[in-house]
Design a protein. Structure first.
Lengths: 177, 101, 371
């Protein structure tokens, strides 16, 4: 019963947050709704018994990515820019207008239609398993997998992160022209 | 109710919303938000399959790497956004028309 | 693996009586126990947070040779209740240009982030809400909500002081998370697990078994953790986000009444939480200094007392530091984090790993006295 409650509330948080990201006109609010959506996904991981992934999700997104996004919004002018783009430049407003949304929703509907059929087939072909309430710990197994089978990907990802760190620092550094 | 199909449908809706955000928005930061949604939808799929279809944890590893890549992508992407703002004083994606500077 | 307070209580006879009273519905009973435990722990920690403000004023008065609050109740101990009543009855002002939703959301997020950490705080070996497999990792992760709330509080107020305070707070919190997390990783390495139960069971017995005395690297890691935790909770000498001499009071300048109270309460409870985590990770947690084999509820309460006394001793040190050291500058703050603490923390992690391999995980005391 608790698992179902967690599942329903997480799913609602995820989808509600995502929809709010789509419809809101304020980029700052958009970031906060994204935060809600990501926490909901962490809840969904928890219902799947993926405790380590769930906590990593919260750690990386809440503590890192969302704050980074908020900083970027702050450093790039925030909402003043919306009116400027509408009035002076004659481009579509930065948070989108009717045309951009209709194109986006059209693409989305095409995608939805093609994928629903796939999902129905998949859920038929994979037999339904029944699980108890027992969730074995995944921390030890993930640790072993990371340094045994997936050690190459693990090391490569550390190189990737180092590259991203150095690259971001170099790109964002203010330069005198 | 908590079967594979429900997770896949949640992930599909998330993916579709992410795509829509990416297309509809003209603000680069908002486009990055859409990319985060799409990446998370993919990661959710991996974990769901790892629980319902296989008996190992490779899906978890994949989704961890997706999180790592998303973090790196966000860092570099936002650095580019800030640099772009320093040059053009806007973050409208249609303003990014030149390769120089 | 998943030890919770419910599975601990279920070994006793009165659990069956309770189960019968709940009509043999284990889920309902578990829910009731969790609800009761949650209310007790949140109430307890809110009281500790409230008393923290009183302790801060009293200790600062002691250091500065004043009397401090002494009117309400004996020794002024009810002062925090008077403050609370004052905050409740104040007018709830919101700036005209504020972002309404984020302005309301920020104090709530701070409280949520802090209260969520209480779920894994190990008050004793049996009476903790849940001993998650990823306990300490969860605690670090969920407490970063406080950083978001600081940032949002600064942004939503739409005031220069708040904005600067919020920016400083967020950058400080995410910077200092790195040395803190790496220091905690060293402890995780020594204990071989992330759950508080595993970590505390490795420190059983005399203080020589505590992780801070395990090896020289862990000793330094303990201090790195403590300094980083001070910075993460925005305590002096790292209280730049709310530096009252330059920013009026930082990210909560524009907050009045109970919303300000939420921020203050969240800060004091978070100080208690990081002190508790420091006690659990480095100072042996709730372990008794002698071995008792029988397992009874009063013993658990004794363990709670031991844990609380360690955590509150650290709390005293935090307040003592606040009234002793001057505040840093922003560039000094970042230099301490990135140039000193982070390299030291990484060095400690490598040192601990080498120690575990070379000495087969034995502590210094075990090597000297050999048992």
């Amino acid at each position: 019963m608790f698992a179902q409650f967690l599942f329903i509330s997480s799913a609602l948080l995820t989808l509600g947050g995502a929809v709010a990201v789509l419809v809101t006109k304020n980029i700052m609010h958009s970031c906060i709704y994204l935060l809600a959506s990501l926490i909901g996904i962490a809840g969904l991981y928890a219902t799947l018994g993926a405790d380590f992934v769930a906590v990593t999700q919260i750690m990386v997104y809440v503590g890192g990515v969302v704050i980074l996004m908020l900083f970027a919004v702050m450093l790039t002018g925030g909402k003043d820019f919306v009116s400027r783009a509408q009035n002076l430049l004659g481009l579509a407003p930065s948070m989108g207008n009717r045309w951009t949304f209709s194109v986006g929703i059209l693409v989305a509907l095409v995608f939805l239609a093609t994928n629903i059929k796939l999902i129905l087939n998949v859920s038929k072909s994979i037999p339904a398993k029944t699980f108890g309430n027992e969730f074995p710990s995944t921390v030890n197994q993930i640790g072993h997998l990371l340094v045994k089978e997936h050690v190459l990907a693990f090391e490569l990802s550390s190189v990737l992160l180092l590259g991203a760190l150095v690259g971001a620092a170099i790109i964002a550094r203010p330069r005198k022209q | 109710m908590m079967g594979l199909a429900s997770y896949l449908i949640i992930s599909l809706i998330l993916f579709v919303i992410g795509i829509t955000v990416m297309i509809a928005r003209k603000n680069i930061v908002a486009i990055l938000l859409g990319i985060e949604l799409v990446l998370n939808a993919a990661a959710l799929n991996f974990v769901a399959y790892s629980r319902f279809a296989t008996n190992n944890l490779d899906g978890h590893i994949f989704s961890l790497f997706i999180i790592v890549v998303a973090a790196a992508e966000a860092a570099v992407g936002l650095a580019i956004v800030i640099r772009f703002f320093q040059i053009k004083e806007t973050i409208h994606v249609d303003e990014a028309t030149t390769l120089r500077n | 693996m998943n030890q919770t307070v419910v599975s601990y209580l279920s070994q006793y006879e009165f659990y069956d009586v309770l189960l019968a009273a709940f009509g043999k519905n284990e889920g309902l009973l578990a829910f009731a126990i969790y609800l009761l435990g949650g209310v007790i722990i949140v109430g307890l920690c809110a009281t500790i947070g409230g008393l923290g403000t009183f302790a801060e004023r009293k200790i600062s008065a002691d250091i500065q040779q004043r009397l401090g609050p002494n009117r309400v109740g004996p020794y002024g101990i009810l002062q925090f209740l008077a403050d609370g009543v004052k905050m409740m009855t104040k007018e709830d002002v919101m700036p005209f240009t504020a972002d309404k939703m984020l302005f309301y959301l920020a104090p709530m997020l701070a409280l949520v982030g802090v209260f969520a950490t209480l779920a894994v705080l190990p008050f004793s070996s049996g009476l903790m809400m849940a001993d998650l497999n990823v306990g300490i990792f969860y605690l670090i992760a969920i407490s970063s909500l406080v950083g978001v709330s600081v940032f949002l509080g600064g942004y939503a107020s739409n005031s220069k002081w708040s904005m600067l305070g919020g920016m400083r707070g967020a950058s400080q919190i995410i910077s200092y998370e790195i040395p803190v997390t790496i220091s905690i990783l060293a402890v995780t390495l020594l204990a071989g697990g992330m759950s508080f139960g595993t970590i505390m069971s490795h420190q059983r017995g005399l203080p020589t078994n505590w992780f801070i005395f395990h090896n020289p690297f862990a000793f330094i890691a303990g201090f790195v953790y403590f300094i980083g935790a001070l910075a993460e909770t925005n305590r002096a000498p790292f209280d730049l986000p709310e530096a009252e001499s330059e920013l009026v009071s930082g990210y909560h300048t524009e907050y009045t009444g109970m919303r300000f109270g939420f921020f203050a309460l969240a800060e004091y409870i978070e100080v208690f939480v990081v002190c508790g985590v420091g006690a659990a990770l480095f100072l042996g947690g709730s372990n008794l200094p002698f071995d008792i084999s029988f397992d009874i509820i009063p013993l658990q309460l004794l363990e709670v007392v031991i844990f609380m006394s360690k955590a509150l001793a650290l709390y005293y040190v935090v307040i003592w530091i606040r009234w002793t050291f001057p505040r840093l500058r922003v560039d000094q703050l970042m230099a301490i984090c990135w140039k000193y603490l982070t390299p030291i923390a990484i060095f400690n992690l490598i040192g601990c790993a080498v120690w575990v391999v070379v000495f087969n995980g034995k502590s210094i005391a075990e090597l000297i006295f050999g048992h």
